[in-house]
Design a protein around this ligand. Structure first.
Ligand code: UN1
Length: 494
């Protein structure tokens, strides 16, 4: 059995605690892919100390040079794409065509960061006074603790780690226990690209390891993607400890289909949005809001198409939907399906594929559709994180928007309509950080702001230029070259 170590100060280091956890193939639970350390406080302390020491030098390297290293990392991700895609599929389940895309997001993020190393724009603005200059620039923050989920084992960590590094921060990464091997490759790639020892570190473990990272006094910032429950705890502790924190949590993303929509397109959109990544995206389409005039026919076709989706191991090129990541998630999904039935929603299709012997060793769950879902129901409001779609019927555009907004989350939303007026009103009125017009709720591009409003986040945006508002702080500088004491207006009133 292959046993993996932490990556601390540029070395693969055995954890001080002797306990390890298993990395299990979700498509075949009999296959254990490796053992990983359950890192304790001492291991986290070693990693943070390495990052803290490396920060002194890394922050002084010119940003364009840091960018050059990250460009190389992009090249190496490209070179190792196929191998890494298969490692990722084996450990978290989604089909290889999806894991290749996951890595592509990291490649794009590296190339974006490489060019950002030559920008990181600040502002130079006029002073109120003669012979005085006002300028401002971005500064790194220090050691960043990065804690992420398993559904995008490379893309989501890259959205945080790569910009953090180009801005001059150092990083301790605690990947999800459901996708640890991808993080091993992440570290190998950064090392080969030339990231100096200690600038990037990985500690494996579960919740206790993440908590030790949050608590560590030398960690200045926590970047988190994961469950709302954990995110809220992290935010609470970061508040008490006066640390910066950026949160990307749950979603319950609606797709509206109006009676004037291109229905074939809307159908392709919801199939991909709801059942792509087995519904395990924070951006997944989990609510479908249909105009009453198209409702029945749309549901009938959707049922047929969902039932035709090919389930199986993600390593097989013909698989369209892989397994759910682990047994705990599988049980949670089954529990929500019970809840939906008890609440009075109609189960159109789905459930456990218990009749299929091919799928018995894996955590498979069929594409599941409920109709007659009302805003009062839990399956309308709560994130399930699996292939379960809640369908509601509305009688007007206004009611569709009202239903879409009836939710504590606000990550992504989508509307299919050919009416230009409705599209623009939807862009304004839909309460979400991201809105798609005639496209599903998934598929954000790495160079655009990514994040949600309401219960999804805490006001930050990853991706593109906005991610630097998370990973830098502003320095404002006044240069007075008048040779006299010039009082600022606030100190100079008659
Ligand atoms: C996530 O589910 O945490 O927009 C991120 C998308 C992907 C990223 C999802 N590019 O669906």
């Amino acid at each position: 059995m292959k046993s993996f170590n932490n990556y601390i100060g540029g070395k693969w280091t055995d954890a001080s605690a002797n306990s390890r956890f298993e990395n299990i193939n979700p498509a075949d639970n009999t296959e254990i892919l490796g053992l990983f350390p359950l890192s304790n406080q001492k291991d986290v302390d070693d990693a943070v100390t390495a990052a803290h020491n490396a920060y002194k030098h890394w922050k002084l390297m010119p940003a364009p040079k840091r960018g050059n290293i990250l460009r190389k990392a992009g090249d190496i991700f490209e070179r190792r794409k196929e191998e890494l895609a298969r490692i990722m599929t084996r450990e978290m389940g989604k089909p290889v065509f999806e894991t290749r895309g996951d890595i592509q997001e990291a490649i794009d993020t590296c190339y974006y960061a490489a060019t950002e190393g030559r920008r990181l724009f600040g502002y130079t603005v006029p002073s109120e006074m003669d012979n005085k200059m006002n300028l401002s620039f971005r500064m790194p923050i220090g050691v960043c603790g990065i804690i992420t989920a398993w559904n995008f084992p490379i893309a989501v960590p890259s959205w945080k780690i790569i910009p953090a590094l180009v801005a001059g921060n150092t990083v301790v990464f605690k990947p999800s226990e459901d996708s640890p091997e991808s993080a091993v490759v992440f570290a190998e790639i950064l090392e080969e690209a030339g990231i100096p020892a200690g600038v990037f570190n990985v500690v494996f473990g579960k919740g206790e390891t993440g908590a030790a990272l949050v608590e560590h006094p030398l960690v200045s910032l926590i970047g988190f993607t994961g469950s709302t429950e954990t995110g809220k705890k992290i935010a609470g502790r970061c508040g008490e400890l006066n640390k910066k924190c950026s949160l990307e949590m749950g979603g319950k993303n609606p797709q509206i289909v109006m009676d004037d929509a291109n229905l074939d397109l809307a159908m392709e959109g919801v199939l991909w949005g709801a059942f792509g990544t087995t519904g395990q995206r924070c951006t997944a389409t989990s609510r479908l809001i249909l105009h009453e005039t198209i409702h029945d026919e749309f549901v009938a076709t959707l049922k047929q198409k969902a039932e035709a989706l090919q389930l199986g191991s993600g390593l097989s090129e013909s698989t369209q939907m892989g397994p759910v990541v682990n047994k705990k998630q599988l049980a949670k999904i089954a529990e929500y399906v019970e809840i939906g039935m008890n609440e009075g929603a109609t189960l159109v299709t789905g459930g456990s594929p218990s009749h299929d012997p091919q799928l018995q060793n894996g955590n498979f769950y069929l594409p599941t559709i409920f109709t007659n879902v009302t805003p009062q129901m839990r399956i309308f409001n709560e994130e399930i994180f699996g292939p379960v779609l809640s369908v509601s019927k509305v009688n007007s555009f206004e009611q569709a928007i009202e239903y879409a907004n009836h939710c504590t989350y606000g990550l992504s939303s989508s509307i299919f309509t050919s009416d230009v007026h409705k599209s623009f009103i939807a862009m304004r009125e839909l309460e979400s950080g991201i809105t798609y017009i005639n496209a599903p709720t998934i598929g954000a591009e790495a160079h655009m702001p990514f994040g949600g409003i309401k219960g999804t986040g805490n006001g930050h945006r990853e991706g593109g230029w906005t991610v630097f508002d998370i990973f830098t702080e502003w320095k404002t500088v006044y240069v007075d070259y008048s040779g006299q004491l010039q009082r600022a207006q606030i100190d100079n009133q008659d």
